[in-house]
Design a protein around this ligand. Structure first.
Ligand code: BTN
Length: 246
């Protein structure tokens, strides 16, 4: 299983994994960094990720020599692994919100931040995963863009975070291994089956142009691109933020 390095408190597990990588830890990669709490947890697009004690805050450092691990499909493979591990160890059924989040009843349970760095020697992708575990929703802060939930609130009782972490490491090792060899294609049907907001009217914002595309969410293709029926055409989306049409 992927080796685990545990810390009570860190600024960010992604940052610590990077420091360890630069310090020579890459020799025994892949490895996972887990923190009891994060004081500077990082979300996507420069947002902060609130990470008090009780959550599962973890980063896996995965070598990616000669691979396009930065490909968008990677986050979907990670999302699938995380969904399956949560299901197996807590019975909570999460859906994958393309391309980076897990939702339960439309509320965010987990966020994923993949940071690939091909300039490092050897090249690496830092796979950061934050699961709201033994927390109450009101402990997550008030500045959340998306309504959130936690495993504890969904089940009405605490989860065993160590079991969840171990299940997640097993799933990640398996799914990242497949992704490394064959890309998303062998997993695309499973991701599709667990995709949130299928058939719903959504708006996809292109972060580069800040333009919105409105349409019906049809699923993903084999490369992990989101398929939106805009009435004029089926548009494959490579990157963007999806929200439900109100
Ligand atoms: C997002 O939804 O914006 C992504 C959130 C990713 C949070 C995780 S928690 C573990 C790892 N360390 C970080 O600083 N961020 C990721």
């Amino acid at each position: 299983m992927i080796r685990v390095l545990e810390f009570d408190q860190l600024d960010s597990t992604n940052l610590q994994a990077r420091r360890l990588w630069l310090g020579g830890e890459w020799e025994s990669a892949p490895f996972a960094v887990v923190a009891g709490e994060q004081t500077g947890g990082m979300g996507r697009e420069g947002r902060a990720w609130h990470s008090p004690p009780g959550g599962l805050w973890m980063t896996v450092a995965w070598p990616c020599q000669g691979l396009d691990m930065a490909a968008r499909g990677l986050a979907l493979a990670v999302g699938l692994a995380t969904r399956d591990a949560i299901q197996a160890s807590t019975d909570v059924d999460a859906m994958i919100k393309w391309p980076n989040d897990l939702l339960v009843r439309g509320r965010k349970l987990c966020g994923i931040l993949c940071q690939a760095d091909s300039a490092l020697n050897p090249p690496v992708v830092f796979v950061g995963i934050g699961v709201n575990g033994n927390l109450r929703t009101d402990e997550l802060g008030r500045d959340l863009r998306t309504p959130a939930t936690t495993l504890r609130d969904e089940r009405g009782r605490p989860v065993n975070l160590a079991s969840l972490r171990d299940a997640l490491l097993v799933e990640l090792e398996r799914r990242l291994g497949v992704f490394e060899a064959e890309g998303l294609r062998p997993m695309a049907a499973e991701v599709h089956a667990y995709l949130a907001w299928m058939g719903e009217r959504v708006i996809v914002r292109n972060p580069g142009t800040a333009q919105d595309l409105e349409g019906t969410l049809l699923g993903i293709d084999d490369q992990g691109r989101l398929l939106i029926d805009s009435r004029e055409a089926v548009v494959p989306i490579v990157s963007g933020e999806v929200r439900l049409h109100s």
